[in-house]
Design a protein around this ligand. Structure first.
Ligand SMILES: [Zn+2]
Length: 440
């Protein structure tokens, strides 16, 4: 239901109850069925939420016309305040402690609802670019989303926009819609009519999806670092298919002396001194072999004599099919650095010389061993003319000037061979001549 004065007729008659109904339906789809008997939108000076009733702004001009921003602002505020029926009226987080848990989550579902109202709706919160200017601020002007409500300077960007953007990136770029929507719905279902804290959201999103998202919560909710992934270098190579097979090599070796630790360790000494300890090879002398005796100088071996080993090559020539494949392959090694500090998936758009494009999506886990620099090797069947990172600007990267590579270097040539599987020692066999052989 809606209530409004005649000054708001042209907007509220047309949109208010429709927006209320669309909000209830959409939020229910992403969470749980709306459990209350009614939802009401009352036209007022500003937006404020209460269970089943909320107050929203948006009046027409005297002639009954209105600007596009008034209309979109009115729709946005109705969706937002009606949405609060779900967060925090039902999923009852503590706004005084964690503002972002209801304003951030509500702004996120508000964003989803606006997107489903009209595909052209100019959303203010939720899309990645909406947070870039905030994330670019000097660090002393930023604070983690996980800050107590009363200590937040940038209330709007910190508690509304950043968590809404983070959840949207988690949905679209990190987890995918199907997995995210399932886990988010599970959070809403588990915590409806209860009092969740941040850990309850983080934990439910992880155990409902089966994904380890600790890095994501740490970066977006506990940190203040922005996303700035830089494409630093591109190496380009073609296979050299005419190179000669490398020759094997000869190396000089001697027969191994007995294996010994560099000193007698304390355990060995005490074991010897403890007369209650019996060594197996003393109790069962059948366990004594050549090396038992060799270690005790009981086998005479000339270890001064040198001999030559022919070390076989570990490669063979390519098959004609493999040559064909290599001849038509283009090899690229891309180096990336994490200049912003917040790890994110790496999204790479390749533009080929023939004008076609392709996108590779590398999960954020690529950073797990080194969160400052990573390299990734690609084999393509067409020559690349340029590369762009994050072409849809979905990660909130604050500096897009280091996201492109336009001038491709001339290819170097690398020698192409097949790896031999039967070269060298197998199953731990010794190489060359061992002491037992030397002792004949
Ligand atoms: Zn709100």
């Amino acid at each position: 239901m809606s209530f409004y004065g005649k000054e708001a007729y042209a907007l509220y008659r047309k949109f208010s109850t429709r927006a209320v109904a669309h909000t209830i339906k959409t939020y229910s789809d992403f969470t749980f069925p709306y459990p209350y008997p009614v939802a009401q939108s009352v036209e007022a000076a500003n937006g404020m939420e209460y269970p089943m009733i909320c107050f929203n702004y948006g009046r027409t001009d005297k002639d009954g016309t209105y600007s596009e921003s008034t209309k979109n602002g009115m729709l946005g505020v109705v969706i937002h305040e009606v949405g609060h029926n779900f967060f925090p009226m039902i999923v009852n987080s503590d706004e005084r402690q964690w503002t972002w848990m209801d304003e951030g989550l509500n702004s996120f579902v508000e964003y989803l609802t606006e997107e489903l109202w009209d595909n052209k709706f100019p959303t203010k919160k939720g899309w990645a670019g909406a947070i870039v200017d905030y994330m670019k601020l000097p660090k002393d002007q930023l604070e983690p989303v996980m800050s107590n409500s009363e200590n937040i300077i940038g209330f709007g960007p910190n508690a509304y926009t950043k968590p809404a953007t983070a959840l949207n990136i988690l949905r679209e770029t990190v987890m995918g819609r199907e997995l995210f929507d399932f886990a988010f719905k599970e959070y809403a279902r588990r915590w409806a009519f209860k009092h969740p804290t941040p850990a309850d959201l983080f934990r439910t999103m992880e155990d409902a999806s089966g994904e380890d998202l600790d890095w994501f919560w740490r970066g977006w909710f506990y940190g203040i670092q922005p996303v700035d992934i830089s494409l630093d270098t591109v190496k380009y190579a073609k296979a050299d298919l005419n190179s000669e097979l490398p020759k094997g090599r000869l190396i000089e070796r001697k027969v191994d002396a007995p294996a010994q630790n560099p000193y007698d360790d304390i355990s060995k000494i005490r074991n010897r001194e403890d007369k209650s300890i019996k060594f197996y090879t003393d109790l069962d002398t059948d366990a004594r072999d050549f090396y038992w005796r060799y270690a005790r100088g009981m086998e005479k071996v000339d270890t001064s004599e040198s001999f030559t080993i022919d070390v076989p090559m570990s490669v063979t020539a390519l098959t004609p099919e493999a040559k064909e494949k290599f001849a038509n392959s283009y090899f690229y090694e891309l180096s990336f650095s994490n200049k912003g500090g917040l790890v994110m998936p790496i999204i790479i758009e390749w533009t080929y010389k023939d004008g076609s494009k392709e996108i590779d999506r590398i999960p954020a886990q690529i950073w797990r061993y080194d969160e400052t620099e990573v390299k990734k090797f690609f084999v393509k069947n067409k020559e690349v003319s340029s590369i762009q990172l994050d072409p849809l600007q979905e990660t909130a990267d604050i500096d897009v000037t280091n996201n492109t590579w336009g001038k491709m270097p001339a290819p170097t040539r690398f020698k192409a061979f097949s790896q031999k599987t039967d070269a060298g020692p197998r199953r731990g066999q010794s190489v060359g001549r061992n002491p037992m052989q030397a002792a004949k």
